[in-house]
Structures are given as C-alpha cells and as structure tokens.
Design a protein around this ligand. Sequence first.
Ligand code: GLN
Length: 542
Amino acid sequence: MARFIFITGGVVSSLGKGLSSAALGALLQSRGFTVRLRKFDPYLNVDPGTMSPYQHGEVYVTDDGAETDLDLGHYERFTGVPARRSDSTTAGRIYQTVIARERRGDYLGGTVQVIPHVTDAIREAVMADTDGADFVLVEIGGTVGDIEGLPFFEAIRQLGYELGPERTMFIHLTLVPYIPSAGEIKTKPTQHSVKELRSIGIQPDLILCRSDRPIPASDRRKIALFCNVAVEQVIPAIDVDTIYQVPIAYHEQGFDTQVLKHFNMADRREPDLARWIEIVRRVRHPEGEVSIAVVGKYTGLRDAYKSLAEALTHGGIANNVRVDMQWIDSQVFESETTAEHLENVHGILVPGGFGGRGVSGKIEAVRFARTRGVPYFGICFGMQMAVIETARNLAGLPGANSTEFGPCQDPVVGLMTEWMQGNALERRAAGDNLGGTMRLGAYDALLSPGSQVREIYGRERISERHRHRYEVNVNYRDILEGAGLRVVGVSPDGALPEIIERDDHPWFVGVQFHPELKSKPFEPHPLFASFIRAAVEQSRLV
Ligand code: GLN
C-alpha cells in the first residue's frame, strides 16, 4: 500500500520545493523503492496551459497530453518516472469536477461546500492512480497561509489523521536567512511558518531548511525546540553549485534516512548514489565549452525554458563540455544585425513559441545559421520558422507565412483542424477554446532511411511529445524539398511533417515536437547530444 509524503513550503515561494521533492524521490528510488511524484497547485486555472510563461514558467507536457507545472519536469528528470495527467491537479480542476458533479445532481440536493466536497475531491486526486508505488510524494504549491491553499492543507491534514503516521508524513520546507547586519542566521521565519502550519492542524514530521550557509547546531536545536521535532528532523538544505548535487547533499544531511525512520524502514539498504556522483563530476569538470544562442521570446525568465536549458546541459554532459547558453530576445534583430550577436556562437536554437512578436528576428537567426553553416536546431516554432525562411528566401515564395499571424499568400504553416490520435480522428475549429485544445502529448513519427535524424535516433519509429496548434503544410513538401529542406520525419499516416533537415549543411534540424521534455541527465536526448557534438565541431572551426 502506498505511503504518502506531503511536501509543503513556508516563509517565501521559490525555495525549490519541486527540486527537493524530486531529490527525495531519487533518493528513495536509489534505495530500491518505487515512487510517484505529484503536484497540487492552488490557483484557479484548470491547468497551466493557458498561463503565460512569464507568469508561471514553462508548461510541461506529459505523454498522455496534460499541460502541467514545470515541477513535473524536475520529477521526471530526477526519477525517470514518466509524469501523467493524474500527477498534476489545480484548484481549478478540482472545482470543475465538483461543479460538474453538482450540475449532474450527484449531491442529491445537498449544499455543496468547500469542506467536505472540495476537500473530498482533493483527497480522491491524492489517492488516485498511484500504481502501487511504495511512496507517493505530494507537493502542495504556494506557501502555508495562502488563502487559496487552505482546502489543500485541510485535505492532507484529514488524510494524515485517517491513514496515520505509518502511511503519511509531512515535510515542511522553509527559509533560514542570513542577516548581514547582524552577522547571523535567523530561525524566526521558520518558527512562524511552522506555527502557521500547526494552526491548521498539521505538525511537520521533518523540517527542511534552505540556507545559503551551514546552519549551526545551536540553531537547529532552536528550530527543533520551537517546532516540536527532534533535532535530527531539522535538515539543512544548503545551496549547491549544481542541481544534480542536491540528492547527494540531502543524503549527507540524513534526509532520506530520517524519512525512512519515520516509516520504521530505516534498516533498508544504503542508497546507491554512484550515478549522481558521476553526473556531478562531469558537470564540474568539463573538457571544453560551447556557446549556444537560444533565440526566443521569453528570454527574461529562465524558468520559461526550463526543460530546454536542462536538455542542453544534458547534451553537454554527453559530450563532456559545458554549454554556455546565451539567451537572446529575437526582437533585438529588428534593430541590430544578427551577426553582432551570433558571430561567435557554436550553435543556434530557436525554441517553441507563440504569436507574432519577434518572428522576423527568429527568421533572421535561421537565415544566419543556414548561410553561415552554424548548427541550427529548431524546436516546434523553431521548425516552423525554418520552413518559412526557406520558403521565402530559397523557394521563391516571398508571401510565405504561418496562418498563426493571419491570412497569407502561401500558408506553408497552417492551422490544423483534424489529425489522427492512434486510430481516432481529433477535430478542432478555428474559434475553439484555447485551453487544452492543441495537439498535445505523445505521437509517433516515422523517420526516413538514410536521413541524419534516423542515424541520430538509431531507429525508424519514435515517440515524442507535442504542444502546438499549427503544422507544416504537407502540400508544400515538394517545393520545400526542391529548395533543399527535406521532410525526413512524418506522422504514421504521412499527413503531418514532423522533422526537417538540410543535406547541404553540417547540422540543420527542425522538429515539430519538444524533445527537451524527455531528456534526462542519465539519458541525454539523442538530438541534444548530437546538436552539442555538432557545436563542438563548430567550435574547432571558429
Ligand atoms: N505557435 C506554434 C503552434 O501553435 C508553435 C507552438 C510551439 O512552439 N510549442 O503551432
């Protein structure tokens, strides 16, 4: 029977609850346990799919087509367990479920209330689809004390009471700040945060304290005393130089041992952390460095391209090099020349994106990469940009564009209204709702024999995750191929171009899907490994 570990946060947000959860998942796994990780977000959006990357960071897409919080990406990268729709729940989705039940008459005339109806729906979501995992790690978004989080805290409090400490555990992550003027670290915010948690009926079993420096034993004792836990249950979570060090650092502080002790399982075998140690060694001691320009739109917020940055790092790990990422807002190319920014980079990547702002700059970046022989990787929007660039500059179609930006003379990229999902036909119309209506999740593609990507993947059929509304228009395939842009990957029915590449270029690949979502430190995605290898070659030339 699954045991549930609830991870809550206090003092401030952005303390890295997601990473802490992912690291605990990895540690439990390394001791031979099976885990599932899931996240509950108290906001009212039904999912993060409609939220701006500036507000909420990247939208992480699962195989089963859910648009989820980026923390699910951390979970999947650290544990290798594919995230699912049931691993991401928001207050919006909970309310949608409860209101649908009310409309159906399921509540038989009763008054529908936050307690018990909303809390019951949250509890169902916590317990659902756990697959018999040994441990289910449940992260509650936001910080304790947020009004919108209250039903979630109440629901997990109830579960803690009903299932008992043998099957539940509460971990609270707080900040222990250093105050320079006093020259000391302060435990008061942690005390207050735990007080807040206890006021809603939750006594944490373990307190994880984020700090930028070691926490003296006297302060740990103080936290223990005021927060009603043993001193070993106050675990310092000190800043580290790479996220892959987090599981190792937590283990050194006794985190996983204390968790297992809570469940009376501490006699189990020691964790095997060899692979984490090896990854950290590679990250800390690269043999070289390549510089990659990421030409996008949401470059002001690093979280907007979280998985992409990780996948590039993994590509570096595969080649023993550090990847220096230069985040460039494509709009700069409207006033400055591309060469100024791109002259010295070893690879150019145009990532996923939406809307017309900055498009001309992205097309310029593609042209620069193509004409200068610089490795080019176009992801989703980046593939569409490459198609438009070739159509306009090589195929004699100056009016080529995507219908995403309005009607145009040559819609080389167009709205997709019908496509096959397995054996079923999916349909959409131009005026449909925006939420959850893109082509989402895992789809297969067939790779052409003799193509570069076929060699990179080492197989004929692949499955990758999608998130887009528009599609390269297969009717232009011959014209594009005549201009040197080969379609080398297609949907199994042949209707949707999935991958393009150029033969007259050292490395020029565009993919309609998001390979970055499946890359892992231990299993760098083949396209990223190959792209970085091409960048290493390029660095020897410039
Ligand atoms: N805006 C494009 C589309 O909807 C690309 C989306 C993306 O890059 N994820 O097709």
